[in-house]
Ligand binder design. Sequence first.
Ligand SMILES: [Zn+2]
Length: 366
Amino acid sequence: MKTLKLRIKDKHANQLNKLAGSVNYVWNYVNDLSYKYLMRTGKFFSAYELNAYTKGSGELLGLHSQTLQAINETHTKARKQFKKAKLNWRTNRPDAKRKSLGWIPFKKSAIKLLATRQSGKKSLKSTLQLSLAKGKKLIIEVWDSYNLTLYDLNTCELVQDSRGRWYACITVKNHLKQICGTGSVGIDLGLKESATTSNGDKLTTKQTQKWAKKLAVAQRAKNKQRVKAIHAKIKNTRQDLIHKFTTQLVKDNALIVVGDVKSRSFTSKKTKLAKSTYDAGWFELKRQLEYKCKYAGCQFEIVGESYTTQTCSCCGDMSSSPKGRAGLRMREWLCAGCGIWHDRDINAANNILAAGFCRLVGEIAT
Ligand SMILES: [Zn+2]
Protein backbone atom coordinates (compact mmCIF):
# COMPACT_ATOMS: atom_id res chain seq x y z
CA MET A 1 0.00 0.00 0.00
CA LYS A 2 1.16 3.49 -0.72
CA THR A 3 -0.47 6.90 -0.89
CA LEU A 4 -0.63 9.02 -4.00
CA LYS A 5 -1.27 12.72 -3.61
CA LEU A 6 -2.99 14.38 -6.54
CA ARG A 7 -3.84 18.03 -6.95
CA ILE A 8 -7.53 18.77 -7.38
CA LYS A 9 -8.58 21.55 -9.73
CA ASP A 10 -9.40 24.81 -8.00
CA LYS A 11 -12.86 25.06 -9.54
CA HIS A 12 -14.01 22.46 -6.99
CA ALA A 13 -12.74 24.42 -4.00
CA ASN A 14 -16.05 26.05 -3.05
CA GLN A 15 -17.94 22.79 -3.07
CA LEU A 16 -15.20 21.03 -1.11
CA ASN A 17 -15.03 23.81 1.47
CA LYS A 18 -18.75 23.38 2.11
CA LEU A 19 -18.40 19.62 2.51
CA ALA A 20 -15.43 20.11 4.81
CA GLY A 21 -17.71 22.27 6.94
CA SER A 22 -20.09 19.33 7.30
CA VAL A 23 -17.21 17.03 8.21
CA ASN A 24 -16.10 19.50 10.89
CA TYR A 25 -19.65 19.59 12.22
CA VAL A 26 -19.71 15.79 12.60
CA TRP A 27 -16.24 15.78 14.12
CA ASN A 28 -17.15 18.37 16.74
CA TYR A 29 -20.35 16.55 17.59
CA VAL A 30 -18.56 13.22 17.99
CA ASN A 31 -15.74 14.86 19.93
CA ASP A 32 -18.16 16.44 22.37
CA LEU A 33 -20.29 13.33 22.64
CA SER A 34 -17.43 10.97 23.43
CA TYR A 35 -16.04 13.43 25.99
CA LYS A 36 -19.37 13.64 27.81
CA TYR A 37 -19.70 9.86 27.73
CA LEU A 38 -16.25 9.52 29.21
CA MET A 39 -17.04 11.99 32.01
CA ARG A 40 -20.24 10.17 32.86
CA THR A 41 -19.11 6.54 32.63
CA GLY A 42 -15.31 6.65 32.70
CA LYS A 43 -15.26 4.69 29.45
CA PHE A 44 -14.28 5.54 25.89
CA PHE A 45 -16.63 5.21 22.98
CA SER A 46 -15.52 2.87 20.21
CA ALA A 47 -15.94 3.89 16.57
CA TYR A 48 -18.65 1.28 16.28
CA GLU A 49 -20.63 2.78 19.16
CA LEU A 50 -20.26 6.25 17.70
CA ASN A 51 -21.72 5.05 14.41
CA ALA A 52 -25.04 4.48 16.17
CA TYR A 53 -25.21 8.18 17.01
CA THR A 54 -24.28 9.55 13.61
CA LYS A 55 -26.34 7.07 11.62
CA GLY A 56 -28.90 8.66 9.34
CA SER A 57 -27.53 12.18 9.60
CA GLY A 58 -25.63 11.94 6.34
CA GLU A 59 -28.53 13.06 4.20
CA LEU A 60 -28.95 16.34 6.05
CA LEU A 61 -25.23 17.00 5.95
CA GLY A 62 -24.73 15.89 2.37
CA LEU A 63 -22.21 13.20 3.34
CA HIS A 64 -22.08 9.50 2.50
CA SER A 65 -22.81 7.16 5.42
CA GLN A 66 -19.35 5.64 5.04
CA THR A 67 -17.77 9.06 5.27
CA LEU A 68 -19.45 9.41 8.66
CA GLN A 69 -18.01 6.06 9.68
CA ALA A 70 -14.58 7.10 8.48
CA ILE A 71 -14.78 10.27 10.59
CA ASN A 72 -15.71 8.20 13.65
CA GLU A 73 -12.86 5.77 13.03
CA THR A 74 -10.32 8.54 12.56
CA HIS A 75 -11.55 10.29 15.69
CA THR A 76 -11.26 7.15 17.81
CA LYS A 77 -7.85 6.34 16.41
CA ALA A 78 -6.49 9.86 16.93
CA ARG A 79 -7.88 10.04 20.45
CA LYS A 80 -6.12 6.79 21.34
CA GLN A 81 -2.90 7.80 19.64
CA PHE A 82 -2.64 11.15 21.40
CA LYS A 83 -4.00 9.71 24.64
CA LYS A 84 -6.50 12.50 25.01
CA ALA A 85 -10.00 12.64 26.44
CA LYS A 86 -10.90 15.32 23.95
CA LEU A 87 -9.40 16.38 20.64
CA ASN A 88 -9.14 19.81 19.08
CA TRP A 89 -12.25 21.56 17.91
CA ARG A 90 -12.40 21.86 14.13
CA THR A 91 -13.46 25.29 12.97
CA ASN A 92 -14.83 26.55 9.65
CA ARG A 93 -14.11 30.19 10.30
CA PRO A 94 -11.43 31.36 7.86
CA ASP A 95 -10.24 34.06 10.31
CA ALA A 96 -9.86 31.66 13.24
CA LYS A 97 -6.54 31.65 15.05
CA ARG A 98 -6.12 27.91 14.79
CA LYS A 99 -7.73 27.25 11.46
CA SER A 100 -8.51 23.63 10.65
CA LEU A 101 -7.47 22.61 7.18
CA GLY A 102 -10.26 20.95 5.24
CA TRP A 103 -10.51 17.18 5.36
CA ILE A 104 -13.08 14.79 3.82
CA PRO A 105 -12.55 11.01 4.09
CA PHE A 106 -14.03 8.38 1.75
CA LYS A 107 -14.02 4.61 1.94
CA LYS A 108 -13.20 2.24 -0.87
CA SER A 109 -16.76 1.57 -2.04
CA ALA A 110 -17.36 5.32 -2.45
CA ILE A 111 -14.60 5.88 -5.00
CA LYS A 112 -14.65 5.29 -8.71
CA LEU A 113 -12.22 6.31 -11.41
CA LEU A 114 -14.33 7.51 -14.34
CA ALA A 115 -11.73 8.50 -16.90
CA THR A 116 -8.08 9.28 -17.47
CA ARG A 117 -7.01 11.25 -20.50
CA GLN A 118 -4.04 13.01 -21.95
CA SER A 119 -3.80 16.73 -21.36
CA GLY A 120 -0.92 18.54 -22.92
CA LYS A 121 2.31 16.82 -23.85
CA LYS A 122 3.18 15.02 -20.66
CA SER A 123 0.42 15.36 -18.12
CA LEU A 124 -2.69 13.29 -17.54
CA LYS A 125 -6.03 14.36 -16.16
CA SER A 126 -8.33 12.01 -14.32
CA THR A 127 -11.95 12.27 -13.31
CA LEU A 128 -12.95 10.73 -9.99
CA GLN A 129 -16.42 10.00 -8.77
CA LEU A 130 -16.98 10.07 -5.02
CA SER A 131 -20.27 9.11 -3.41
CA LEU A 132 -22.17 11.55 -1.23
CA ALA A 133 -25.50 11.15 0.55
CA LYS A 134 -28.46 9.39 -1.09
CA GLY A 135 -27.02 8.61 -4.48
CA LYS A 136 -25.54 12.06 -5.00
CA LYS A 137 -22.12 12.06 -6.59
CA LEU A 138 -19.17 14.35 -6.33
CA ILE A 139 -17.26 14.50 -9.60
CA ILE A 140 -13.79 15.96 -9.32
CA GLU A 141 -10.98 16.46 -11.78
CA VAL A 142 -7.38 15.95 -10.73
CA TRP A 143 -4.00 16.36 -12.35
CA ASP A 144 -2.92 12.77 -12.54
CA SER A 145 0.84 12.58 -12.21
CA TYR A 146 0.79 8.83 -11.48
CA ASN A 147 -1.69 7.47 -14.04
CA LEU A 148 -4.37 6.06 -11.75
CA THR A 149 -5.41 3.43 -14.29
CA LEU A 150 -2.30 1.47 -13.26
CA TYR A 151 -3.47 1.07 -9.67
CA ASP A 152 -6.20 -0.45 -7.53
CA LEU A 153 -7.75 2.43 -5.65
CA ASN A 154 -8.40 1.84 -1.97
CA THR A 155 -9.42 4.69 0.32
CA CYS A 156 -9.34 8.38 -0.46
CA GLU A 157 -9.03 11.48 1.67
CA LEU A 158 -9.52 14.95 0.29
CA VAL A 159 -7.25 17.36 2.14
CA GLN A 160 -6.57 21.06 2.00
CA ASP A 161 -3.19 22.72 2.45
CA SER A 162 -2.50 26.02 4.17
CA ARG A 163 -2.78 27.81 0.85
CA GLY A 164 -6.35 26.59 0.43
CA ARG A 165 -5.50 24.12 -2.33
CA TRP A 166 -7.18 20.76 -2.32
CA TYR A 167 -5.55 17.36 -2.88
CA ALA A 168 -6.83 13.82 -3.19
CA CYS A 169 -4.73 11.42 -1.12
CA ILE A 170 -5.50 7.98 -2.47
CA THR A 171 -4.10 4.80 -0.96
CA VAL A 172 -3.41 2.23 -3.67
CA LYS A 173 -2.19 -1.28 -4.19
CA ASN A 174 0.53 -1.53 -6.77
CA HIS A 175 0.27 -3.24 -10.08
CA LEU A 176 3.65 -2.55 -11.49
CA LYS A 177 6.30 -4.38 -9.56
CA GLN A 178 9.64 -2.70 -9.80
CA ILE A 179 12.71 -4.91 -9.61
CA CYS A 180 16.06 -3.73 -8.35
CA GLY A 181 19.29 -3.69 -10.36
CA THR A 182 22.44 -5.77 -9.91
CA GLY A 183 25.06 -3.26 -8.76
CA SER A 184 26.11 -2.23 -5.28
CA VAL A 185 26.61 1.26 -3.98
CA GLY A 186 27.68 3.10 -0.84
CA ILE A 187 26.28 6.50 0.02
CA ASP A 188 27.97 9.17 2.09
CA LEU A 189 25.57 11.74 3.47
CA GLY A 190 27.40 15.01 3.63
CA LEU A 191 26.83 18.67 4.24
CA LYS A 192 28.01 20.31 1.04
CA GLU A 193 26.49 17.76 -1.26
CA SER A 194 23.57 16.07 0.43
CA ALA A 195 24.65 12.68 -0.77
CA THR A 196 27.57 11.24 -2.69
CA THR A 197 27.62 7.69 -4.04
CA SER A 198 30.65 5.48 -4.39
CA ASN A 199 30.15 5.74 -8.17
CA GLY A 200 30.71 9.47 -7.93
CA ASP A 201 27.09 10.62 -8.39
CA LYS A 202 26.08 13.56 -6.27
CA LEU A 203 22.73 14.77 -5.06
CA THR A 204 22.37 18.39 -3.99
CA THR A 205 19.06 19.35 -2.55
CA LYS A 206 19.81 22.72 -1.04
CA GLN A 207 17.20 25.17 -2.17
CA THR A 208 17.03 27.71 0.63
CA GLN A 209 19.99 29.72 -0.65
CA LYS A 210 18.63 29.87 -4.15
CA TRP A 211 15.36 31.34 -2.98
CA ALA A 212 16.70 33.48 -0.13
CA LYS A 213 16.55 36.78 -2.06
CA LYS A 214 13.04 36.28 -3.38
CA LEU A 215 11.91 35.14 0.05
CA ALA A 216 13.36 38.25 1.66
CA VAL A 217 11.58 40.50 -0.85
CA ALA A 218 8.26 38.79 -0.19
CA GLN A 219 8.75 38.97 3.56
CA ARG A 220 9.55 42.68 3.49
CA ALA A 221 6.46 43.29 1.36
CA LYS A 222 4.46 41.25 3.89
CA ASN A 223 3.12 39.20 0.99
CA LYS A 224 2.00 36.13 2.92
CA GLN A 225 0.74 34.23 -0.12
CA ARG A 226 4.06 34.64 -1.88
CA VAL A 227 6.04 33.56 1.19
CA LYS A 228 3.92 30.44 1.47
CA ALA A 229 4.31 29.76 -2.24
CA ILE A 230 8.10 30.01 -2.03
CA HIS A 231 8.27 27.69 0.97
CA ALA A 232 6.08 25.20 -0.88
CA LYS A 233 8.31 25.50 -3.95
CA ILE A 234 11.43 24.77 -1.89
CA LYS A 235 9.83 21.78 -0.24
CA ASN A 236 8.43 20.32 -3.48
CA THR A 237 11.66 20.74 -5.41
CA ARG A 238 13.68 19.06 -2.66
CA GLN A 239 11.22 16.21 -2.46
CA ASP A 240 11.29 15.74 -6.23
CA LEU A 241 15.09 15.68 -6.37
CA ILE A 242 15.33 13.08 -3.60
CA HIS A 243 12.68 10.90 -5.25
CA LYS A 244 14.50 10.88 -8.59
CA PHE A 245 17.81 10.10 -6.90
CA THR A 246 16.50 7.22 -4.76
CA THR A 247 14.46 5.67 -7.58
CA GLN A 248 17.51 5.57 -9.83
CA LEU A 249 19.62 4.01 -7.06
CA VAL A 250 17.12 1.21 -6.54
CA LYS A 251 16.85 0.63 -10.29
CA ASP A 252 20.61 0.21 -10.61
CA ASN A 253 21.55 -1.70 -7.48
CA ALA A 254 20.92 -4.84 -5.47
CA LEU A 255 22.76 -3.55 -2.40
CA ILE A 256 22.61 -0.03 -1.02
CA VAL A 257 24.66 0.91 2.04
CA VAL A 258 24.18 4.21 3.85
CA GLY A 259 26.36 5.70 6.59
CA ASP A 260 24.52 6.18 9.85
CA VAL A 261 24.53 9.91 10.49
CA LYS A 262 22.90 10.96 13.67
CA SER A 263 21.67 14.20 12.19
CA ARG A 264 19.27 14.75 15.04
CA SER A 265 22.14 15.58 17.30
CA PHE A 266 23.15 18.29 14.83
CA THR A 267 19.76 19.89 14.50
CA SER A 268 19.14 20.07 18.22
CA LYS A 269 21.95 22.54 18.65
CA LYS A 270 21.21 25.93 17.22
CA THR A 271 24.34 26.10 15.14
CA LYS A 272 24.91 27.12 11.58
CA LEU A 273 25.39 23.46 10.82
CA ALA A 274 21.85 22.75 11.92
CA LYS A 275 20.24 24.63 9.10
CA SER A 276 22.23 22.94 6.40
CA THR A 277 21.51 19.56 7.99
CA TYR A 278 17.83 20.29 7.83
CA ASP A 279 18.24 21.47 4.30
CA ALA A 280 19.95 18.32 3.14
CA GLY A 281 16.91 16.18 3.86
CA TRP A 282 18.83 13.21 5.27
CA PHE A 283 15.85 11.71 6.99
CA GLU A 284 13.74 11.89 3.88
CA LEU A 285 16.45 10.24 1.81
CA LYS A 286 16.77 7.33 4.22
CA ARG A 287 13.03 6.98 4.53
CA GLN A 288 12.60 6.76 0.75
CA LEU A 289 15.47 4.33 0.30
CA GLU A 290 14.08 2.10 3.01
CA TYR A 291 10.66 1.66 1.49
CA LYS A 292 11.77 1.63 -2.12
CA CYS A 293 14.36 -1.07 -1.40
CA LYS A 294 11.84 -3.14 0.48
CA TYR A 295 9.44 -2.86 -2.37
CA ALA A 296 11.90 -3.72 -5.14
CA GLY A 297 13.71 -6.47 -3.21
CA CYS A 298 16.95 -4.55 -2.84
CA GLN A 299 19.18 -5.07 0.21
CA PHE A 300 19.42 -1.93 2.33
CA GLU A 301 22.04 -1.58 5.08
CA ILE A 302 22.86 1.20 7.50
CA VAL A 303 26.41 1.02 8.86
CA GLY A 304 28.31 3.03 11.45
CA GLU A 305 30.31 5.68 9.67
CA SER A 306 33.09 6.34 12.11
CA TYR A 307 36.48 6.82 10.40
CA THR A 308 34.94 6.52 6.93
CA THR A 309 36.18 9.98 5.99
CA GLN A 310 39.61 9.46 7.54
CA THR A 311 40.47 6.08 6.06
CA CYS A 312 41.89 5.61 2.56
CA SER A 313 39.53 3.27 0.73
CA CYS A 314 42.39 1.75 -1.25
CA CYS A 315 45.07 0.95 1.33
CA GLY A 316 43.41 1.63 4.69
CA ASP A 317 45.94 4.30 5.67
CA MET A 318 44.56 6.75 8.23
CA SER A 319 47.44 9.15 8.77
CA SER A 320 47.14 11.61 5.91
CA SER A 321 43.42 12.33 5.64
CA PRO A 322 41.62 15.47 6.83
CA LYS A 323 40.21 15.30 10.34
CA GLY A 324 37.50 16.95 12.39
CA ARG A 325 35.36 19.97 11.68
CA ALA A 326 38.19 21.77 9.91
CA GLY A 327 38.38 18.78 7.56
CA LEU A 328 34.88 19.48 6.29
CA ARG A 329 36.28 22.25 4.15
CA MET A 330 38.85 19.99 2.52
CA ARG A 331 37.24 18.38 -0.49
CA GLU A 332 40.19 16.43 -1.82
CA TRP A 333 43.29 14.87 -0.33
CA LEU A 334 46.30 12.73 -1.18
CA CYS A 335 46.89 9.43 0.58
CA ALA A 336 50.44 9.18 1.89
CA GLY A 337 50.21 5.40 2.03
CA CYS A 338 49.43 4.60 -1.60
CA GLY A 339 49.59 7.99 -3.31
CA ILE A 340 46.02 8.06 -4.58
CA TRP A 341 44.23 11.39 -4.92
CA HIS A 342 40.81 11.14 -3.24
CA ASP A 343 37.56 13.05 -3.42
CA ARG A 344 36.66 13.16 0.28
CA ASP A 345 33.01 12.13 -0.16
CA ILE A 346 33.50 9.45 -2.79
CA ASN A 347 36.25 7.92 -0.64
CA ALA A 348 33.87 7.89 2.33
CA ALA A 349 31.11 6.32 0.22
CA ASN A 350 33.55 3.57 -0.83
CA ASN A 351 34.39 2.88 2.82
CA ILE A 352 30.70 2.73 3.68
CA LEU A 353 30.10 0.24 0.87
CA ALA A 354 33.02 -1.86 2.11
CA ALA A 355 31.58 -1.81 5.64
CA GLY A 356 28.26 -2.99 4.21
CA PHE A 357 29.96 -5.88 2.43
CA CYS A 358 31.81 -6.81 5.62
CA ARG A 359 28.60 -7.01 7.54
CA LEU A 360 26.91 -9.19 4.91
CA VAL A 361 29.87 -11.55 4.81
CA GLY A 362 29.80 -11.69 8.60
CA GLU A 363 26.12 -12.59 8.57
CA ILE A 364 26.64 -15.41 6.13
CA ALA A 365 29.62 -16.77 8.11
CA THR A 366 27.78 -16.94 11.42
ZN1 LIG B 1 45.91 4.87 0.41
